[in-house]
Design a protein around this ligand. Structure first.
Ligand SMILES: NC(=O)c1ccc[n+]([C@@H]2O[C@H](COP(=O)([O-])OP(=O)(O)OC[C@H]3O[C@@H](n4cnc5c(N)ncnc54)[C@H](OP(=O)(O)O)[C@@H]3O)[C@@H](O)[C@H]2O)c1
Length: 240
């Protein structure tokens, strides 16, 4: 039946039903993106779940892909499992959510597959876990440091400062949503990241260029907190 054949009330009911069932549907009915996830742990796994529910197509990856099969089966037919290289090829947008110490190797090994793509990167450098790159990355700020490790990508720092418990449990919460600070140099990459933050059930808060990512790095006033977008803007001195 052509769409025009739906009576207005039936179409309104259909849209309302889809908006409840498919959160992304409410956001302008855009086509789903192809997203490759490198690092499907606490952060990557939670975002895979939210983005799959929003109608995106995903390849979730691991160095031991068979371990992700139960998750992929739970998330449905639009989620497949692969190696990190396969995820890098698959995604028109990539999420990298790995221990910071793995970034240099990922930037080297998948440079060709990632070139020119929008990459959302979540990592935080901790000396005890990430070794000798952690202190220089903290001193430089993660936006600039990650850009050096991931040359040729359209980088956005995202989902790096909010605890995984909030990324898992506070999506689409009633009332004001949790704000996710973003930093990027590429405006079109930022626009993709803003959409994906909304599709995950959060509110994007654009902080500025990659150099400004340090405003929400480890040790900043907002790091490790699940603040509303209003609280986040206030704490970072951003206008409304
Ligand atoms: N946890 C939080 O509350 C939180 C909040 C914000 C930001 N972050 C940051 O986000 C990043 C991810 O945190 P997380 O808590 O999600 O970590 P996690 O649960 O430990 O997951 C990290 C994933 O990265 C994968 N991985 C590790 N080394 C890899 C490599 N060389 N190549 C490809 N994949 C690799 C691992 O998968 P396989 O071993 O299966 O390959 C693992 O599932 C960290 O840098 C963290 O600091 C964490």
């Amino acid at each position: 039946m052509p769409v025009s054949a739906f009576a207005p009330r039936r179409r309104a009911l259909l849209v309302a039903t889809l908006s409840l069932a498919v959160p992304g549907f409410a956001h302008g009915q855009k086509a789903g993106l192809k997203i490759g996830i490198i690092g499907t742990g606490r952060i990557g796994g939670a975002l895979a779940e939210h983005w799959a529910r929003a109608g995106h197509e995903l390849t979730i990856s691991s160095r031991h892909p068979e371990e992700l099969r139960p998750l992929a089966e739970r998330l449905g037919p639009h989620v497949r499992v692969g190696t990190p290289a396969e995820a890098a090829v698959f995604g028109e947008v990539l999420l990298i959510a790995v221990p910071y110490g793995a970034l240099p190797q990922i930037g080297r090994d998948y440079a060709a597959q990632m070139r020119g793509k929008v990459v959302l990167e979540t990592g935080n450098p901790f000396p005890g876990r990430d070794g000798e790159i952690a202190e220089p990355a903290r001193a430089k700020g993660t936006g600039l440091a990650s850009a050096e490790y991931l040359p040729g990508v359209r980088l956005v720092r995202a989902f790096s400062s909010v605890p995984h418990t909030a990324v898992q449990g506070e999506a689409y919460r009633p009332g004001e949503r949790v704000g996710i600070p973003l930093a990027a140099d590429d405006p079109s990459a930022l626009a993709v990241a803003e959409r994906l933050v909304r599709d995950a059930g959060f509110e994007p808060v654009v902080v500025g260029s990659l150099a400004r990512a340090r405003d929400f790095d480890v040790g900043s006033a907002v790091f490790g907190r699940a603040l509303t977008a209003t609280e986040l803007r206030q704490a970072l001195g951003l206008g409304r």
